[in-house]
Design a protein around this ligand. Structure first.
Ligand code: MLT
Ligand code: MN
Ligand code: ZN
Length: 302
């Protein structure tokens, strides 16, 4: 299985357009040893090099496709290597890119949970809008954990992991299972697994067990500390309020308990997080725990 990191930043990207925090200001002025990153999205494929599944559709999708020509096989005047779309939630940073994919020549096979579908047809009715363009062929992700396969990549199987989380701020719904999911993706040829969870409020023993049976975990790297935004004075929200387990609030400890051979990669990194600076002490600490930090264009082969 091939995994391409299209965008490794959290909502807002890095630098964020209106942010002058030390990270955003520093990378904008090219004073920091840090790479800009676009908003959260990955693409996964099995043996067929032309059949990718887009996991989350970032507002930066057009720039991401331009930067990743592997996703454009060029077989016809109108073509794409994206065969399917899978969503882990209905957040703005994971869904707005769907608007940019409206020129597709056929309805998008779009996999999401009932609660994400609800948000995307009511409070943020992007799927209704798309009906007037390419159309959407909605496929239901069962939060009870039934395995599913996406068309064109039958050598991969997928399973949703219901995670603790919340509906997006724009949605007035009461929280329910399926608001936020992680994904287990297994390559049936090699039996190697990826555990992808860009938003995790906390880790429990059942999630940890799934992480432990994966060869790579690609998990929530949003915040270094729970009070990161509060301390910078840019928000009153703590990481936990936003559904994110910070690195110092427990993520590093959980990752330490994984088998030594498991690849640990943080993704969905907020622009305020000091780990974005390659020569920061926080980054050095991660390295000493064998934890990697995802970047745009990173490829993981499992
Ligand atoms: C999140 O992951 O917490 C959200 O995407 C934040 C946002 O709306 O940008
Ligand atoms: Mn997000
Ligand atoms: Zn910033």
């Amino acid at each position: 299985m091939h995994i391409r990191i299209l965008g490794a930043a959290a909502g807002g990207g890095f630098p964020q357009w209106n942010c002058n925090c030390p990270n955003c200001g520093g990378v904008r002025r090219e004073e920091l040893n840090a790479r800009p990153r676009t908003q959260s999205s990955i693409a996964i494929r099995g043996a067929d090099e032309t059949a990718w599944t887009l996991v989350n559709a970032s507002p930066d999708i057009l720039a991401q496709l331009h930067a990743n020509p592997q996703l454009q096989p060029g077989r016809a005047y109108r073509d794409t290597g994206i065969r399917n779309i899978v969503l882990t939630d209905s957040q703005i940073d994971h869904t707005t890119g769907l608007y940019m994919l409206r020129e597709a020549t056929k309805p998008w096979p779009l996999w999401c949970t009932d609660s994400a579908f609800d948000d995307l047809t009511t409070a943020n009715p992007i799927l209704q809008v798309l009906r007037r363009y390419c159309g959407v062929d909605r496929r239901r992700i069962d939060v009870a954990g039934e395995w599913f396969a996406v068309e064109g990549s039958e050598d991969l199987r997928w399973q949703a992991i219901a995670l603790p989380g919340k509906p997006p701020p724009y949605s007035a719904r009461t929280p329910q299972p399926g608001d936020v999911i992680g994904l287990l993706v297994e390559d049936l040829r090699t039996e190697r697994r990826l555990c992808y969870a860009p938003g995790v409020a906390h880790i429990d023993s059942s999630l940890f067990e799934l992480m432990s049976t994966s060869q790579c975990v690609l998990v929530d790297g949003t915040f270094w500390t729970d009070d990161e935004l509060v301390r910078l004075g840019v928000s009153h929200k703590r990481a936990a309020d936003m559904g994110h387990l910070s690195q110092t609030g427990g993520m590093i400890k959980w990752l330490d308990r994984l088998p030594a051979t498991t690849r640990r990669v943080l993704i969905h990194i907020n622009n305020t997080n000091p780990i974005l600076v390659e020569d920061s002490p926080e980054r050095a600490l991660l390295s000493s725990h064998s934890i990697e930090v995802a970047y745009d264009g990173m490829e993981i082969v499992l």
